[in-house]
Design a protein around this ligand. Structure first.
Ligand code: NAD
Length: 412
C-alpha cells in the first residue's frame, strides 16, 4: 500500500475508527485503546538460494483479541512493510466485528517477490515463518489464512509445520486444501461474496443486475471467483487484468472458459491494455481485487464507473474515496465487500473444531444469508446516521469492539 498525502495506511484506518468513535460519542482514550495494535512481531527468515543466503523480513501483527482469537491472512509481496501489516491487521478487527464472527484481527507478511520463489523456497519461507512465530499462533490465539501470493498449498505447509511442533490441530489455519481439512466453499468464498454484494448494490440502487458491465483488477483468488460468479449472476465482465496486463471485450468475456489459465497473458484477445488501465474502463461496476492504494490522487479523475466494490483491502486512498463519493460514485468498503473470505474461514475453523464437515451447498447458503444480513445492517446504519457506507460499516464494528473491550473490565 502506498503512503499518500492522506497519510500512512494504518493512519488512514485509524482516521475512520476515530470518525466512527466520534459519531458514537466514545471517549478518546477508548478510541485510542481499540485502535492500537496489541502485539507486533518482526522476524528474519534466512533463505538458502542458489546465489547464497538471502535474509527476508517477516511480520505478524496482532491488532485485537477483544472479540476472539486474532484472524487474518499472510501475504508475500515485495512492498510488504510494518505499516501495511498494521493497517491490514486492524482492518481484520473491523471486518470480523462487522460480520459478527467470534474473531479479532491480525495479519502477517513477508517482504519478498513471491513470483521469483521456487515452490521449495516458498515452502521454506512459510515453514520458517511458522516456526519462528509458533508461540503466538494457534486455534485460540491467532489463525492465519491465505492472502496475496499465498494459497491453499501454502496453508497446508503451515499446518504441517504447526503439527510437528504442537500436535494435530487443523483449526490452526484456514484456507487449507479440501483434501487436508479445508472446507469446500472456502476457496471461492471471498469472490463469491464480492459478486453477491455487487448484485445487492445494483438492486439497492434501482439498477438491473442482468447485463450490468463489470471491470475487475486482479485475476487471483478474489478476482477470478468474483468474475465467475458475476457472470453466473448475469453481469457482463468487459475488462479484467492481472500483473501481466489486461484484456477488454465489450461483448463480455467468457470467464468460465478462461477460469483455469495461469496468466491472462496466455488468453487470446483482440484488445489488450496495461494492467492499471482496467481501472479506467467505462463500466457500471469497478472491482479492484489486487493491491492496495491503486485508486489515488493520480488517477481518481479517470475512474469511469458508477459503483466501486472493494474486493482488495484499501484499494482507494482517503482522498480518492472522498472525491469519487462527491461525484456520486457508490463505494462499498472492503470490510463489507470482501468479508466473505473471513466468513468462510470462520465456517472452516468451526468445522475443524467440531470435526464435522458441511456439504458445499450448506456453506454457500450460510455465506449468502450472512453476507446479505451484513449488507442490510450497513445500509440501515448508513440511513440512520446519514453517512456513507464506509462510515456506516465502521460505526457498526467500532461499537461492537468498544463494547467488548469495556465489558472485559478495567484491568486489561
Ligand atoms: P492473489 O495473489 O491470489 O491474486 C492477486 C492478483 O493480483 C493476481 O492475479 C496478480 O497477478 C494480480 N496483480 C498483482 N499485481 C498487480 C498489478 N500491479 N496490476 C494488476 N493486477 C495485479 O491474491 P488474492 O488472495 O486474490 O488477494 C487480492 C486482494 O484481495 C488483496 O488485497 C487481499 O488482501 C484481498 N483479500 C483477499 C482475501 C482472500 O480470501 N484471498 C480475502 C479478503 C481480501
Amino acid at each position: 500500500m502506498t503512503t499518500t498525502s492522506s497519510g500512512s495506511a494504518f493512519a488512514q484506518v485509524n482516521e475512520l475508527v476515530a470518525q466512527a468513535g466520534s459519531v458514537l460519542n466514545l471517549k478518546k482514550g477508548l478510541v485510542d485503546a481499540i485502535s492500537a495494535c496489541e502485539r507486533e512481531v518482526t522476524i528474519s527468515i534466512p533463505l538458502h538460494r542458489d546465489s547464497g543466503i538471502e535474509v527476508l523480513t517477516g511480520y505478524r501483527v496482532q491488532h485485537s483479541s477483544a472479540r476472539g482469537p486474532r484472524k487474518g491472512g499472510i501475504r508475500f509481496h515485495q512492498d510488504v512493510d510494518i505499516d501495511e501489516v498494521r493497517a491490514l491487521a486492524s482492518l481484520m478487527t473491523w471486518k470480523t466485528a462487522l460480520i459478527d464472527v467470534p474473531f479479532g484481527g491480525g495479519k502477517g507478511g513477508v517482504t519478498v517477490d513471491a513470483t521469483k520463489l521456487t515452490p521449495l523456497e516458498k515452502e521454506e519461507v512459510i515453514r520458517r515463518w511458522t516456526r519462528t512465530l509458533i508461540n503466538v499462533l494457534g486455534p485460540n490465539r491467532d489463525i492465519p489464512a491465505p492472502d496475496l501470493e499465498t494459497d491453499a498449498q501454502t496453508m497446508a505447509w503451515l499446518m504441517d509445520e504447526f503439527h510437528r511442533l504442537e500436535g494435530f490441530q487443523p483449526a490452526c489455519v484456514t484456507g487449507k486444501p479440501v483434501g487436508l481439512f479445508g472446507a469446500p466453499g472456502r476457496e471461492e468464498a471471498t469472490g463469491r461474496g464480492v459478486a453477491q454484494i455487487t448484485a445487492a448494490t445494483l438492486q439497492q440502487n434501482g439498477r438491473k443486475v442482468e447485463g450490468a458491465t463489470v471491470a475487475i483488477q486482479g485475476f487471483g483468488n478474489v478476482g477470478r471467483y468474483a468474475a465467475l460468479v458475476c457472470q453466473e449472476l448475469g453481469m457482463k465482465v468487459i475488462a479484467i487484468s492481472d500483473v501481466s496486463g489486461g484484456i477488454v471485450d465489450k461483448k463480455g468475456i467468457d470467464i468460465a472458459s478462461i477460469f483455469n489459465v495461469k496468466s491472462l497473458a496466455d488468453v487470446q484477445a483482440d484488445e489488450r491494455i496495461v494492467a492499471a488501465e482496467v481501472l479506467e474502463v467505462k463500466c457500471d461496476v469497478l472491482i479492484p481485487a489486487a493491491l492496495g492504494g491503486v485508486i489515488n490522487e493520480n488517477n481518481m479523475d479517470k475512474i469511469n464507473a458508477d459503483f466501486i466494490i472493494e474486493g482488495a483491502n484499501q484499494p482507494l486512498s482517503i482522498a480518492a474515496d472522498r472525491e469519487l463519493r462527491a461525484q456520486g460514485v457508490v463505494i462499498v468498503p472492503d470490510i463489507l465487500a470482501n468479508s466473505g473470505g473471513v466468513m468462510g474461514s470462520y465456517f472452516e475453523w468451526t468445522q475443524n473444531i467440531q470435526e464435522f464437515s458441511w456439504p458445499i451447498d450448506k456453506f454457500r447458503r450460510e455465506l449468502d444469508v450472512r453476507m446479505e444480513k451484513a449488507f442490510g445492517n450497513v445500509h440501515k446504519v448508513s440511513k440512520k446516521y446519514s453517512v456513507d457506507l464506509r462510515t456506516a460499516a465502521f460505526i457498526v464494528s467500532v461499537e461492537r469492539v468498544a463494547q467488548a473491550f469495556e465489558m472485559r473490565g478495567s484491568l486489561v
